[in-house]
Ligand binder design. Sequence first.
Ligand code: ACO
Length: 430
Amino acid sequence: MEEKAQIILNGKTYEFPVVAGTENEKAIDISQLRSKTSYITLDSGFANTGACTSAITFLDGEKGILRYRGIPIEKIAEKSTFVETAYLLIQGELPTKVQLEKFAHSFTRHAALHKDMLKFFDGYPAAGHPMGLLSAMACSLSGYYPELLKADSSEEEIELMAAQLLSKVRTISAYIYKRTLNQPFIPPRDDLKYIPNFLHMMFSAPQKDYKIEETVVSALQTLLILHADHEQNCSTSAVRLVGSSRANLYASVSAGVCALWGPLHGGANQEVVEMLEEIHKEKGNIHKFIEMAKDPKGNYRLMGFGHRVYKNYDPRARIIKERTYALFDKLGIHDPLLEIAVKLEEAVLKDDYFVQRKLYPNVDFYSGLIYKAIGIPTNMFPVMFAIGRMPGWIAHWKEMKGDPQTRLGRPRQIYMGPTQRSYISMEERP
Ligand code: ACO
């Protein structure tokens, strides 16, 4: 029997269809609610609101499941590369050898920045946060590559635009880092793959090439793959909302960068390491910080814990934790922050406050320790997240653009301000 939902308002019953996803997730389709009843729904933080249907990523936060295009994240992290994952997310299928070569070749061809774009970096304060510059530069690409901004772009043109954006964002990010150090930019190299090229641009100097370690490449590969998509999170929803006005891809992902920057979202990886450093300064007194986070009078939070959707261990955090140990072992790193992180996690997982609220380590809890070990400074961590999330943003923008159900994103509100009142002239005001 077809499932229906009923809403009873003032004694009158209204019926609404139920939509079921391929994993049997259910939604009540209330798109006709206002026209039928004049009521709207109120859902702060959209915690119960599906804004679209999507075929990109499936996640079950209760069971700790995450799949890209149906493939479990654990398998992708073990077997794939970031470029292949990007293709899978954007195009919907794993590429053939020829398709992957073509896609990767576009990355190489589009790695350099227009020479006029380089002037932007000089105008931004070296001490300014890298995410401000990343967002501005991502949006500015629209001015430099307008030929790709056609409203009716073909599949092939979108694929090229995606490869170009992914490639240029990597170059921009490395140049932002160089800008923060007031060091000369290191141009991309044609002979290097995506991640080695990034490390080269980040860490080489004009006369001194950075030695690219396979262990570092592989750790970064895993991190970028794990960040590549996470369905309707805050930044992806921002990309979709901006894109729903038919804004171009560059403008839409630039909004995604801004949304990601916040400490409750992608900015948390920076805050986690800063928090661990503070705990270290306090001689490893984790209990002080746990108590602060539990204090109902304060608004301090343990960064890297909790998630809107995961009410179980975030599968990405589990993989990243393993990778952190593997990387530290191979590079012979001993970082006291890792010990603090592990102790903090152990204490949190046993603490009633966190257990009752189902607060587990999230993707940001261990990732910063890997970035730190590679030599990436804390204020660049959210930029690393943005590089990783870029394929997801592009995939959602593309999906939204091709979906006949897409309408301009425009939520409603319940007005709680003053009712109509008179304008009081300046002379009459107290
Ligand atoms: N430390 C202490 N308490 C927490 C934490 C935390 N990290 N996270 C949630 N809580 C508590 C809240 O105080 C609240 O308690 P209450 O019911 O007594 O009021 C309860 O858990 C539910 O929290 P909400 O804020 O309602 O949960 P929400 O789903 O809105 O928030 C969020 C999710 C923003 C991620 C939250 O857990 C948080 O702030 N975590 C720390 C920041 C962080 O790590 N962000 C990265 C998330 S992953 C990502 O975006 C890539």
